[in-house]
Write a protein that binds this ligand. Structure first.
Ligand SMILES: C[S@@+](CC[C@H](N)C(=O)[O-])C[C@H]1O[C@@H](n2cnc3c(N)ncnc32)[C@H](O)[C@@H]1O
Length: 243
């Protein structure tokens, strides 16, 4: 398989079904687990992403979509910088329900819709910016994901992929791997009652292409002006590329 490979899934359909079901089970506690497990650093990573794409967000006519939006944290961060609003999509209904609740509570200018990121209900070349935070790694086929992102972006449009990565410093990677494989599943299980979701997380990060590889994959998919930067020593990486 060329994408997420949860244990037990033997094809892309099964992998996608497993991922959707797993996020559906943890949706109601997803935010709490996220912020506790990352000591709230995930908020800084999203804020950094918003700054990185700020020039596009500041253009009133720009069309912006956050895919795999989950409970909507990046949608809200993007919407906070725009008068014209943003779109958010995800294929997991319970995650979108949480997102809608937050959008309504904050009165944010965001429209949400349910969709598979591998088959977006959008015309070719219809967006100026597409973002994805910690969702790309879960796609059942990364090449198909990049192709779909590229399809919906206009010439000059930008993709921003914020994703967990592998710290390049070996000593730091060893400490982080100990945390993510031994401690994180235990705390995640305690907070959500679904330890398998937090065993899958470090496993999926380990199997995900490292930052230089993802940049190369974006290049092969037809993106240009590709840049990436490590965040927090490489626990996460932000890739951007233009169409
Ligand atoms: C780790 S969560 C990230 C949520 C949010 N972007 C954030 O920053 O917290 C991953 C999300 O990706 C969604 N997802 C995974 N594969 C997807 C697909 N093929 N299409 C749409 N959403 C998908 C899941 O349902 C889940 O809500």
């Amino acid at each position: 398989m060329k994408g997420a490979t949860p244990a037990g899934a033997s094809n892309e359909q099964e992998a996608a079904r497993w991922v959707r079901g797993m996020f559906g089970r943890v949706a109601y506690r997803y935010d709490l687990a996220n912020h506790v497990l990352s000591c709230n650093i995930d908020r800084l990573w999203r804020a950094h992403t918003v700054r990185k794409v700020g020039a596009i967000l500041d253009r009133p006519e720009a069309r912006v979509l956050d895919i795999c939006c989950g409970t909507g944290d990046l949608v809200l961060a993007l919407a906070g910088r725009r008068r014209a609003g943003v779109l958010g999509s995800d294929f997991c209904h319970p995650m979108l329900v949480e997102a809608r609740r937050k959008v309504e509570r904050r009165g944010a200018r965001a429209s949400l819709f349910e969709s598979d990121a591998l088959a977006l209900p959008l015309r070719d070349a219809s967006l100026d910016l597409l973002t994805v935070a910690f969702g790309f790694r879960n796609l059942a086929n990364y090449d198909a994901g990049l192709a779909e992102i590229r399809r919906v972006l206009r010439p000059g449009g930008m993709a921003a992929i914020l994703e967990f990565s592998q710290p390049p410093n070996r000593a730091f990677a060893a400490v982080y791997n100990f945390y993510s494989r031994r401690i994180l599943p235990w705390i995640g299980g305690l907070l959500t009652g679904h330890r398998e979701a937090y065993t899958y997380l470090p496993e999926s990060v380990r199997k995900f292409p490292d930052a230089p590889q993802l940049a190369a994959d974006m290049g092969r998919a037809g993106f240009r002006n590709i840049e990436y930067e490590y965040l927090t020593g490489g626990i996460a990486a932000l890739h951007v590329g233009r169409v």
